[in-house]
Design a protein around this ligand. Structure first.
Ligand code: SF4
Length: 694
């Protein structure tokens, strides 16, 4: 319960929800937050906010916060509160015991996109230096890892090309697999402002999202595709551009790799990529595809904004590269109003990727096999770095079930509720001998944990978050850590107990180390961020004030690379038993697994997960609006209420995954992106039946 009173002091900080990264003024009375007010000088939000950042901060002081470390020898025993020293010593001794018995690679950890850059950097450093392996991954694995792969391959860097302000100069906005008015509301509002001013809109989405038709806004084209056919749709747009002479030949000749371009041109002109050939399986009328392609290529500055509806597919990385092909061939990268812009889900997804949280990359996206990079880190850290990539999150689960992976440290993520195929994740966790969860609350994953370490909220620490436009914002401590330590301090304690002591006294020193070791962060420091308000990387001697627009004079990789993006249908197929396709998403008032938003005082926010179903599919099954239904796939089943809605197309159903009671990921499957293992949350073959059960 938050006790309100008159604010007596203010702290400027950054929202801990989505990847827009809005700045807020936390107003406090003593150590009680009284109000969060959007900060007028915030570079990402310019004084605006959405309901989550403004009103959903009460979770930080919720009575369910766990403030004492706890341990238990097995998961069928009750938790026992212990001192920090006992918890840390026990954890370190368990990890050491497991490594002595099963080998160096039998343990690993998962960093959090909820934590600061500095905390994330320390966790991956501890794993590499103290565990001595590269078994570190991030929750970005299950959302935007294809963005990293696709944009790095084609353009040379694993990040979006634009700042948010750039949308004000877009003439054509292509939104694909994103729902910005719900998931990125402050940026969604800016996009709507530009659309009301006259920019034209193409939406590619299986569902009729609000942006398709809202007051004073109507999409010119809503390409309502079948889930899983993004690549075919983007290829069809490119086919029209390539066969109707709408290419920007000057741009391609100057900026792109011509050999890859010639190969791509022959590929994309093939009639199998034409709108007429793809209409049958994408479900998008060929005439709409042709008209949308012409608008994108000839309508002026054309900007692509995309989200998890692109990445969370078996061809997530392919779609990212197909969009890069589309933008390069029309010259729409490298200036204001254009570009390819991933709308990152969590507050620090970009940062957690930047900080070396992937098992194959050190900070700044440098591969662990690169000798010069390893030598740099080995000299700074005084330990050898393993040249072999470590395990990705799904590989950790598989190895646990095989018996070779026995210990896991999870910081700030509820993998049991958020990762796909819950039964598989549970079996993997149950097979481990030491699971350590560090979080604010006893989350679903903690039911399999042996050690619980209390986490600290964004109000309780200094640090930085990096938003979707590569903007590094300061997070400032408003109150002391409620459990005694901030997350970065806990990682330091654990690392010391494991035999690798670290000696930072403030997160700014961690950022100084990041800057020394990471060329794109070379000129970043807390002081520089304070002076400028925020900094967009790359920030180094070539760009001392940061870089709002990437690839202005040339691509980071040199010449832009065209990739042959062949459409390959997912292995997840509908059939007589499971005739419908389930796709998932989020709503404005909830956030991911709901750990924070469900713990706000305002019960109006506790909207349950619903299954949206088209009236034809509902009528065929005898389902009325509000009925309980059984949602079943070959992975599992759950029950929830139906919401009969013409937003859906026949044959496709939709739900959110905010509530553990629903546990929507019980039904999602193990299929994943071919390049990155990002789960295919967006395509699950299901059946839906009326039920009386809750
Ligand atoms: Fe927070 Fe995102 Fe809302 Fe901004 S748009 S207030 S960052 S949740």
């Amino acid at each position: 319960v938050i006790e309100l009173g008159q604010p007596r002091r203010e702290v400027i900080t950054t929202c801990a929800y989505c990847g827009v990264g809005c700045s807020f003024k936390a107003e406090l009375n003593g150590n009680t937050v009284v109000r969060m007010t959007p900060w007028k000088d915030g570079k990402a939000n310019h004084g605006h906010s959405c309901v989550k950042g403004r009103f959903a901060w009460g979770y930080a002081a919720h009575k369910e916060r766990i403030l004492k470390p706890m341990i238990r020898a097995s998961i069928d025993q009750p938790w026992r509160e212990v001192s920090w020293d006992e918890a840390i010593d026990y954890t370190a001794s368990e990890f050491k015991r497991i490594q002595a018995k099963y080998g160096r690679n039998s343990v690993g950890g998962i960093t959090s996109s909820r934590c600061t850059n500095e905390e994330t950097f320390l966790v991956q450093k501890m794993i590499r230096a103290a565990f001595g392996n590269n078994n570190v991954d991030t929750c970005a694995r299950v959302c935007h890892s294809p963005t990293g792969y696709g944009l790095k391959t084609t353009l040379g860097t694993s990040a979006g090309t634009q700042d948010f302000d750039s949308v004000a100069e877009a003439d054509v906005i292509l939104v694909i697999g994103a729902n910005p008015t719900d998931a990125h509301p402050v940026f969604g509002s800016r996009m709507k402002r530009r659309l009301r001013e006259g920019a034209r809109l193409i939406v590619v989405d299986p569902r009729r999202i609000d942006l398709v038709r809202s007051p004073h806004i109507e999409a010119q084209y809503h390409l309502q595709l079948k889930p899983g056919t993004n690549v075919a749709v983007v290829n069809a747009l490119a086919h029209v551009i390539a066969t109707e002479g709408l290419l920007n030949e000057t741009y391609v000749k100057e900026r792109c790799d011509l050999e890859s371009f010639r190969d791509w041109l022959a590929f994309i002109r093939d009639p199998q990529n034409s709108p007429e050939a793809t209409e049958a399986y994408t479900g998008v009328p060929a005439a709409d595809l042709r008209a949308a392609a012409r608008l994108y290529a000839t309508g002026g500055n054309a900007a692509i904004y995309y989200g998890l509806g692109v990445t969370e597919h078996s061809q997530g990385s392919t779609t990212v590269m197909a969009m890069a092909n589309l933008a390069m061939v029309t010259g729409n990268i490298g200036r204001n109003g254009v570009g390819i812009n991933p709308l990152r889900g969590q507050n620090n997804v970009q940062g957690s990727c930047d900080m070396g949280s992937f098992p194959h990359e050190l900070s700044g996206y440098r591969h662990v096999s690169d000798e010069a990079t390893r030598a740099l880190f080995e000299a700074a850290w005084g330990v050898p770095i393993d040249p072999e990539p470590g395990l990705r999150i799904p590989n950790m689960f598989d190895a646990a079930i095989d018996g070779s992976f026995k210990g896991l440290y999870v910081q700030g993520e509820d993998i049991l509720q958020s990762d796909p195929n819950t039964h598989h994740v549970g079996a993997a966790l149950a097979a481990m001998e030491c699971v350590v969860v560090q979080d604010l609350f006893l989350n679903e994953t903690a039911s399999y944990a042996h050690v619980f370490l209390p986490g600290s909220s964004f109000l309780e620490k200094d640090g930085t978050f990096t938003n979707a436009e590569r903007r590094i914002n300061l997070v400032r401590k408003a109150i002391p850590p409620m459990a005694g330590y901030a997350d970065w301090e806990v990682t330091m304690k654990l690392s010391a107990a494991l035999g690798y002591p670290m000696s930072y006294t403030h997160p700014s020193q961690i950022m100084d180390e990041i800057a020394r070791l990471t060329p794109t962060f070379a000129n970043v420091s807390f002081k520089r961020i304070e002076e400028l308000g925020s900094v967009q990387w790359p920030c180094n001697d070539k760009a001392p004030l940061g870089t709002p627009i990437m690839h202005e004079k040339g691509f980071v990789r040199g010449k832009g690379l065209f990739v042959l993006t062949e459409y390959v249908p997912t292995d997840e197929r509908t059939g007589p038993r499971f005739p419908l396709i389930l796709t998932t998403g989020r709503i404005l008032s909830q956030y991911n697994v709901g750990a924070q938003t469900r713990r706000t005082a305002n019960t109006a926010w506790h909207e349950e997960d619903r299954l949206e179903i088209h009236p034809h599919d509902a009528e065929h099954r005898g389902i009325n609006d509000g009925d309980w239904v059984l949602l079943k796939s070959r992975a599992g089943e759950t029950t929830l209420r139906a919401k009969v809605s013409e937003r859906m197309q026949p044959g496709v159903v939709y739900t959110t995954f905010h509530h553990p009671d629903t546990g929507a990921n019980v039904v999602t499957t193990e299929f994943s992106d071919w390049a990155t293992n990002c789960p295919e949350y967006k395509v699950t073959a299901v059946e839906v039946r009326p039920t009386n059960r809750r």
